[in-house]
Design a protein around this ligand. Structure first.
Ligand code: 5AD
Ligand code: SF4
Length: 600
């Protein structure tokens, strides 16, 4: 797939003219990016994207299995499709992502409506799988003439990493075909993957995710990610920088670098493997933590701090460079210095603590103590909290309540940590036992659900108070705000469903379609996965004017009215100055300052 590839009739789908695809995404930013790449790839092959499942001939769910709630949504969608397939046996159904990888063929056995299973490490194979699935469905349909129940049989096209997900050194040196999916990313200045609304989709894309690391080596005992996404591998810096430059040339002004433990990024050039002229991603090195600077830094190594500096330099039109999610241990001063010294790197860190009890942290295998975590927070604030210069540091966290054996004392320690950390927002999750994890195998889920719920609510209350206090400090201040679009309230007023990811790629949280970059529910377990941006809180304003929403450098959500005479299209995707007049929990309400024109 080339960047400027014209849609063509897919050679891969014989007899099926430009199949209509509906792709729905659950979960984290990594999944959002995967969906965007998959959509780009299929679009270039001639598939058309539609924004609802009704008219689709191919329905794909990109799934999340980080908590049970995220999975249930998918199961219920599949149940509905099983009924639909009785009348529409040619329908091709695919489950992509973490749920596919975790459950494997058992998923197809349970839900034969599923024709294609594709793990997150195999997404480059999706076009071939869909092609085979389509052919197989056609032969099943032919068989139906001879009394086979086509609607109840899966086409069984499966690509999973399976046991090789923990790559050995040898496997790591083999060609990483997934890298080709990242490399083939379409960075056309116009985002046109919207076949239902070709003109609506033809807007400049101003905000983008760029993957720098895949997988995770941490094995927190509650977490499925190391099993579903495999071992940590780092992309070559040249690929990342090139992608950032291309996105910048296409008009992107905000880039969020993605990795499960993003600050662990390191590329050792001396150990690089090149296959077919393409430098391959490199397996992450395990080492005892606790350092203040990357111990491997040197002329032949690109550290995370180096990478940030290089992107900052190479893409000067990118006004905002962010990264998620950071692992609190091993967060070096070198990275903090890079953030401090580069004005376009946002002063925003998402650094999950998970618990405030040392005993629970140990059971979680988090690899740090509460005092080490707090030392990091203080150090980060020492380097980066400069409100007097208009550059405060904004922190967000994740907390799990009700982990096995968690007592009232452990929970009280977590509340103390939340009070001390003063997060801008904190995502609070009830522990959800995940098959395949160590906690699932070794620790009974012994905290009753009512207790989990009560702790969840209590922690949310504390965090709400802190968020509210921090928001109040913003009153009277002027912030540069990256305008993301119409506020949710405005969308509702216009009865226009928010669309996402270039059309036909709906991002859903708890079954609700959300903005592509508006983020997700803060601190509850009802979200579809593990995205790490606070949700746009419903605005209580009902006015005759148009309300826009955007974000500060510190990721605070800002609402403001479009001044009369200005057009929303002109401002969306721009950074504009907004003076804050009042606040409501996580949301700041303000007025566009001075001129109606964007500052950038
Ligand atoms: N139960 C509850 N929360 C979990 N998370 C990850 N796994 C689980 C689980 N089994 C949360 C962690 C993580 C976020 C992405 O999701 O807080 O940081
Ligand atoms: Fe999961 Fe994050 Fe722990 Fe990795 S570091 S195992 S992704 S919680």
């Amino acid at each position: 797939m080339g960047a400027a590839a014209e849609p063509r009739e897919p050679s891969t789908i014989p007899g099926m003219s430009r199949p209509r695809v509906y792709l729905e995404t659950f979960g984290c930013q990594m999944n959002e990016l995967d969906s965007e790449l998959v959509a780009g790839q299929l679009h270039a092959l001639g598939y058309r994207f539609v924004d609802g499942p009704e008219s689709a001939q191919v329905i794909l769910y990109n799934t999340c299995s980080v908590r049970e709630h995220a999975e249930q949504k998918v199961w219920s969608r599949l149940g509905e499709l099983a009924i639909r397939k009785q009348d529409d046996p040619a329908l091709v159904v695919g489950v992509l992502g973490c749920l596919a990888e975790r459950d494997g063929v058992a998923l197809v056995k349970r839900m034969p409506v599923v024709d294609v299973l594709c793990g997150p490490g195999e997404l480059d194979k999706l076009p071939a799988l869909l092609d085979n699935a389509y052919r197989t469905r056609r032969s099943l349909l032919a068989d139906r003439l001879t009394a086979t129940d086509a609607d109840r049989r899966s086409a069984s096209q499966i690509a999973l990493q399976g046991n090789s997900s923990r790559r050995s050194a040898t496997l790591a040196a083999a060609q990483d075909s997934l890298e080709m999916l990242d490399l083939s990313r379409a960075t056309s200045p116009l985002d046109t993957i919207d076949d239902d609304h070709p003109t609506a989709g033809a807007v400049r894309k101003r905000s983008a995710y760029v993957r720098i690391t895949r997988g995770c080596n941490k094995f927190c005992t509650y977490c499925v990610v190391p099993f579903t996404r495999g071992a940590e591998v780092h992309r070559p810096p040249e690929h990342i920088i090139d992608e950032c430059k291309k996105l910048a040339d296409a008009g992107v002004v905000e880039i969020t670098l993605l990795g499960q433990t993003v600050n662990h990024y390191r590329f050792e050039h001396g150990a690089a493997v090149t296959i077919g002229g393409v430098v391959q991603p490199q397996k992450g090195r395990s080492y005892a933590g606790g350092h203040r600077r990357d111990p491997f830094a040197g002329s032949n190594v690109t550290t995370f701090a180096d990478l940030l500096s290089r992107i900052h330099e190479a893409a000067p039109t990118v006004e905002r460079l962010r990264f998620v999610t950071s692992y609190p241990r091993d967060f070096g001063d070198d990275v903090l210095e890079a953030i401090r010294d580069h004005p376009r790197i946002c002063r925003y860190l998402h650094v999950p603590a998970q618990s405030g009890s040392d005993r629970i942290l140990k059971l979680m295998n988090r690899g740090y103590t509460v005092s080490e975590y707090l030392e990091f927070i203080d150090r980060a604030r020492g380097f980066l909290h400069q409100p007097e210069k208009g550059r405060p540091l904004s922190l967000s966290g994740d907390i799990i309540v009700g982990f096995p054996t968690e007592t009232d004392e452990d929970f009280a320690a977590t509340i103390a940590l939340v009070e001390r950390a003063r997060y801008k927002n904190c995502f609070i999750f009830k522990y959800s036992p995940r098959p395949g994890t160590t906690a699932y195998d070794k620790l009974a889920d012994d905290v009753p659900d009512a207790v989990k719920r009560a702790r969840n609510n209590a922690a949310l209350e504390v965090q709400s108070r802190i968020s509210d206090q921090l928001s109040r400090e913003a009153i009277g201040q002027t912030f540069d705000v990256f305008v993301e679009g119409l506020s949710r309230m405005e969308e509702k007023k216009r009865e226009r469903p928010a669309k996402a990811c270039g059309g036909g790629v709906a991002l859903t949280i708890g079954g609700n379609v959300i903005h592509s970059h508006a983020g997700v529910a803060s601190g509850d377990e009802d979200d579809g996965g593990c995205s790490t941006r606070a949700v746009e809180a419903p605005s209580d304003e009902v006015s005759g004017t148009t309300q826009l929403s955007g974000r500060t450098d510190g990721d605070q959500i800002v609402f403001f009215d479009l001044p009369s005479g200005a057009s929303a299209d002109e401002l969306v995707g721009r950074i504009v100055p907004v003076r804050i007049e009042r606040v409501q929990r996580l949301s700041l309400f303000g007025r566009l300052c001075g001129r109606a024109e964007p500052v950038r």
